[in-house]
Ligand binder design. Structure first.
Ligand SMILES: [Zn+2]
Ligand SMILES: [Zn+2]
Length: 173
């Protein structure tokens, strides 16, 4: 999206519906396909002194494995943001100021990159298929939400094993 038109005129406001090309949220901690997306509703306002205000709203849904049982979970993200851009700064100065606006190159706004960054900020700390998800059996991999198994899972925690050793020492004495 080109911002030149807004930058040239103080007080100007531009509404735009920007379709997203983004198909996958490729985060450092995992890669999640986007299953649903609205266009980005964007309002750009020229506040004077080469400052632009960006108001945006977008709805995304991504498919993410449950943290415990790995079943796919639909994660909805309702993203809203207000950003102020100082267009007096060069791309380089902006990066140095640690403003994460790698979505801006000159007067060109990369809406996919912008939404990617906002999705990362809005990302939930934990994704579970349900609050009481029982997870997978550490021995056989059975999804314990669906079926239980007969595995002895008590030996897997080394701390527990130590405690049991202490108990058996007492028994021997
Ligand atoms: Zn689960
Ligand atoms: Zn098992």
């Amino acid at each position: 999206m080109n911002l030149t038109e807004v930058i040239l005129e103080e007080g100007k406001t531009l509404h735009a519906e920007q379709p997203l090309g983004l198909e996958v949220l490729d985060f450092p901690f995992g890669s999640y396909p986007i299953t649903k997306k609205s266009p980005l509703e964007l309002t750009v306002t020229n506040e004077g002194e080469k400052k632009l205000l960006l108001n945006g709203a977008v709805h995304l849904e991504a498919e993410v494995p449950c943290d415990r049982c790995l079943d796919p979970v639909t994660v909805p993200l309702d993203i809203r943001f207000d950003l102020e851009l100082d267009m007096k700064l060069s791309d380089e100065e902006r990066h140095e100021a640690l403003d994460e606006s790698d979505y801006l190159h000159g007067y060109n706004l990369d809406v996919d990159k912008l939404v990617y960054g906002e999705a990362l900020l809005a990302w939930p700390a934990r994704v579970l298929c349900r609050d009481d998800c029982a997870g997978l059996c550490k021995v056989c991999g059975q999804n314990l939400n669906r079926k239980t198994c007969d595995c002895d899972r008590t030996d897997l925690d080394p701390r527990m094993a130590k405690i049991r050793d202490i108990f058996s020492m007492y028994k021997e004495v």
